[in-house]
Design a binder for this molecule. Structure first.
Ligand code: FRU
Length: 492
């Protein structure tokens, strides 16, 4: 690949490290005016290895500053995925007596490359998340397993206890533990297997309560598991279960829970929420890649990118209760004040050429398209990154009643690129809506107000120009808006 390729593919408003390998987000937490993004990182190379917790901070969730590695790997222990809890009441006793600043307590899986044992460790920070001291009594949880990982820890107010979720990966199980002091843990329940095909493994559990239909008095609990190998399109993907949690046990609403996917593209994995938020929102972000080809992705000197932060809630659809993901409100600050291009009715001039004439260039865009469902007889959508031998499409297909990203026309640069990914539409409203957030090689589509999400990587040629609208003669376009996104990261 050339420098021009790398320049075109580099995300500018999504986080990627300046150089080297990154996978899962870890320990997402808001503390003292800063958002912390830790992540699985190889400080020495662009392939998975020497896994440490890399670190970036932001005050606004959109401009990220990369900081030194927070939890380094040692010869004897890598730091796999996990979470952070702010110990406000100093229940773990890690903050010195009388300290005014609470400890940030990171839980991660210590992986011993010799024995391959995975056990749960903790490390605490007394300097606003910059450096961490391993607890002398580590590991805090060890069952002698080589597939026991990704602790999620949070404070459960009603029972006045900390709760830890850990996966027993091959069994497709989440084990629940509780503790009053963060170091002594008691096993209290098990969830799974449920809703996953045989042979899959479960990773990175997450659990939160979400409001239903924007009513803060109606909440359901959602248990997330990241599933590897046999997900929707192969490789890795994210499943969720809706139910109830009483501080001890998660019970799914259905005895046979349906298989629900959080994202219907192929490049959204291991998402976790921000802990200790200053408001009631539940925000998460995930690693935009797929274990099936993550190590082959053609980028350098970085390899790996995180999604934008998305706000979560539950919405009632004709098919039942579903996860809804909308871009965090902070992202609006990056959207240019005036659209580069707007059209409010069908018009012949919405062609690739006229859009190009309107000065729509570059790969940092947000496009919103609304059209009427009634009468649609052929696919409608946006042709992105069109150029010699290249065409990537985002759209809605009335025949399948699905939203899709078709990356099958982009030059194949990794196994899996030549695919179309469809997501069933859930709404019956007459107006369909597509919101596409495009950033270099990353496309996040949130459709119909976020009831459908599709995230895909696309490595189109740098000279592939940007945008066109496609639709049949019967289509009624009610809105097309193209916005330039402010770039927030310097690319090397
Ligand atoms: C998920 C995962 C986790 C593990 C980490 C290792 O992508 O496999 O289960 O802790 O990545 O980097």
């Amino acid at each position: 690949t050339t420098d021009a390729d790398q320049h075109a593919w580099r995300p500018r408003y999504h986080f990627s490290p300046k150089r080297h390998w990154m996978n899962d987000p870890n320990g997402l937490v808001h503390f003292d005016g800063e958002y912390h993004l830790y992540y699985q990182y190889n400080p020495q190379g662009d392939d998975w290895g020497n896994i440490s917790w890399g670190h970036a901070v932001s005050t606004d969730l959109t401009h990220w500053q990369e900081l030194p590695v927070a939890i380094p790997a040692t010869d004897r222990l890598m730091a796999f995925s996990g979470s952070i809890v702010v110990d406000h009441a100093n229940r773990g006793g890690f903050a010195p007596a009388g300290a005014t600043v609470p400890a940030l307590v990171a839980f991660f899986t210590g992986f011993d490359p010799g024995t391959k044992i995975q056990s749960q460790h903790l490390a605490f920070s007394l300097d606003r998340g910059r450096t961490f001291t391993p607890y002398a009594g580590n590991p805090v949880l060890d069952i002698g397993s080589t597939e026991f990982r990704d602790p999620k820890v949070f404070w459960h107010e009603p029972t006045q206890r900390f709760v830890m979720l850990v996966v027993v990966a091959l069994e497709q199980q989440v084990w629940f533990y509780t503790s009053r002091n963060l170091v002594e843990w008691t096993r209290v329940s098990t969830f799974g297997p449920a809703g996953s095909a045989d042979g899959n493994i479960w990773e990175v559990p997450e659990l939160f309560a979400l409001s239903v239909d924007d009513d803060p008095t109606r909440k359901r609990w959602v248990l997330i598991v990241s599933v590897n190998h046999g997900s929707l399109w192969g490789g890795s993907g994210v499943q969720y279960f809706i139910g109830d949690f009483d501080g001890t046990r998660f019970v799914a609403d259905d005895a046979q829970p349906p298989t629900l996917w959080a994202d219907h593209g192929r490049d959204f994995y291991a998402p976790i929420m921000f802990a200790n938020m200053p408001d009631e929102r539940v925000l998460w972000l995930g690693w935009c890649s797929n274990w099936e080809y993550a190590r082959e992705l053609p980028t350098q000197p970085w390899r790996g990118q995180q999604s934008a932060p998305r706000e979560l809630s539950l919405v009632t659809t004709p098919r039942g209760l579903r996860l809804r993901q909308r871009m965090a409100a902070e992202m609006k600050a990056l959207v240019g004040p005036e659209p580069l291009f707007t059209a409010r009715e069908n018009s012949a001039h919405m062609t690739a050429a006229s859009l190009a004439q309107a000065g729509i260039q570059g790969r940092q865009l947000m496009v919103r398209l609304r059209a009427l469902r009634a009468g649609l007889d052929s696919p409608i959508g946006l042709e992105l990154l069109k150029g010699a031998g290249e065409s990537v499409k985002v759209g809605f297909d009335p025949e399948r009643n699905s939203f899709f990203i078709n990356r099958s026309c982009a030059a194949p640069r990794f196994k899996g690129q030549s695919e179309r990914h469809d997501a069933q539409r859930l709404s019956n409203a007459n107006e369909i809506e597509i919101e596409a957030w495009i950033d270099g090689s990353l496309i996040e589509v949130l459709a119909d107000g976020g009831s459908v999400a599709l995230t895909d990587l696309v490595y189109a040629r740098p000279d592939a120009s940007c945008l066109g609208l496609f639709h049949g003669a019967a289509a009624t376009v009610s809105l097309l808006e193209v916005h330039a996104m402010q770039a927030t990261l310097c690319s090397p």
